[in-house]
Design a protein around this ligand. Structure first.
Ligand SMILES: Nc1ncnc2c1ncn2[C@@H]1O[C@H](COP(=O)(O)OP(=O)(O)OP(=O)(O)O)[C@@H](O)[C@H]1O
Length: 364
């Protein structure tokens, strides 16, 4: 890591609000997180405005904050989310306005609840961003559908929803009754993404409880129909969304995706610890970007090392579910909206084997 929290805060302290005070003096910076990998440092933080109205007028401040941090040496990526305090919304009849507060559990309800019509829910998690969690989620969903399962895919990666692109779906979901959202369908999978409910390039203005409300709505207010399994693509890391999902919803379990690098494994271990604390079973680990097979000469190289995730699974006494090689075709397929598992070839077969393993184990 080359930048530190102090360096980032010092840069943010140079950004003035209309009041004349700076962002740090106004105490608006929350959840500052710095992650590093071979590309450089990735910095994420939240700017919490006092009211939704104030937040709406702060887009230029958000952009200036992003630019100031991006200009710091070593910073490769910056994500700044604008949120707002506001009067607490009353728990009300379901509304399609995404991002309301989560409804409290009904009296007498304790512990995680099942979602009607959905037999199993698998959360796909990763300790750090960029390890291919969303890619694995979409491909696994497609492979399970090809194996004859009724599959749903919920993109709960609130800060970076990528399933619309990866599954090739677009357009705002319809809601004929104003209460339930009709999901989209692609490659045999029923799909809903928080990304479909936001306008393109819209700054996300919501705060912690709203995220949880949004997740609850996506689970409960989408007409999923009867599903054998719902795959939930979680945001990376161990934040509020993961916590709420595990505490409120009965999960069959979590599958943790990691690359074989030590740093990724370190974060994966943190995610596994979190699930253990929340008593969510970890069904197994997947190694993504495992080996690289040169398309021209067939030579196999281990760019991020190889076998680290299998070794970690053995060490922790968890099942190792399989490995997916690093391949340009995987990325191109994801970018083009048709996951590689929808076609033929060795990687589609690897996903089919992975899917079959989950089906045989009663997990999907
Ligand atoms: N096996 C693979 N081979 C080549 N490229 C891959 C592979 N898996 C994922 N990628 C590419 O790596 C990038 C990151 O993948 P993806 O978005 O799935 O990661 P993620 O863990 O979900 O990230 P985030 O949590 O930040 O959303 C994408 O461009 C994707 O196409």
């Amino acid at each position: 890591m080359t930048v530190t929290k102090d360096t980032v805060l010092a840069a943010l302290a140079r950004i003035r609000m209309p009041s004349g005070r700076d962002l740090v003096a106004e105490d608006l910076v929350r959840a500052l997180l710095i992650e590093s990998d071979s590309r450089g440092d990735q910095v994420r933080f939240v700017l919490e405005a006092p009211t939704p109205e104030a937040a709406r007028g702060m887009e230029s401040v958000r952009a200036a904050a992003e630019a100031a941090v991006r200009a710091l040496p070593g910073v490769a990526q910056v994500s700044v989310v604008l949120t707002a305090h506001g009067p607490a919304a009353k728990p009300a009849a379901p509304s399609l306005k995404i991002g309301g507060h989560p409804t409290p559990q009904a009296p007498g309800q304790t512990g995680p609840q099942r979602v009607a019509g959905i037999d199993r829910i698998l959360a796909i998690a990763s300790g750090k961003g960029g390890v291919g969690k969303s890619t694995v989620s979409s491909n696994l969903a497609v492979a399970l559908a090809r194996a004859g399962r009724r599959v749903g895919l919920l993109d709960a990666d609130i800060y970076g929803p990528s399933q619309p692109r990866m599954m090739g779906v677009s357009g705002r979901p319809e809601s004929p009754d104003g209460k339930t959202m009709i999901p989209l369908h692609a490659h045999g999978v029923t799909v809903m993404s928080i990304g479909l409910l936001l306008k393109e390039d819209e700054a996300v203005v919501w705060r912690g409880p709203m995220l949880m409300g949004a997740l609850q709505q996506l689970l409960g207010q989408v007409a999923w129909g009867e599903l054998d399994v719902l795959i939930v693509d979680l945001p990376p890391g161990t934040g509020d969304v993961q916590l709420t999902l595990c505490q409120r919803t009965h999960l069959t379990g979590a599958v943790v995706v990691s690359t074989p690098q030590d740093v990724a494994l370190l974060d994966a271990r943190r995610a596994i610890d979190m699930f253990a604390k929340l008593k969510t079973p970890v069904l197994g680990l997947i190694e993504n970007m495992s080996s690289y097979i040169c398309p021209s000469c067939g030579h196999e190289a281990h760019i991020f090392g190889h076998g680290g995730v299998r070794a970690e699974a053995t060490k922790l006494g968890l099942p190792f579910l399989g490995e997916i090689p690093l391949s340009l075709d995987v990325r191109l397929a994801g970018d083009a909206g048709t996951p590689i598992a929808a076609g033929e070839g060795p990687i589609a077969e690897a996903y089919a084997t992975l899917a079959q393993r989950l089906i045989d184990g009663g997990m999907a």
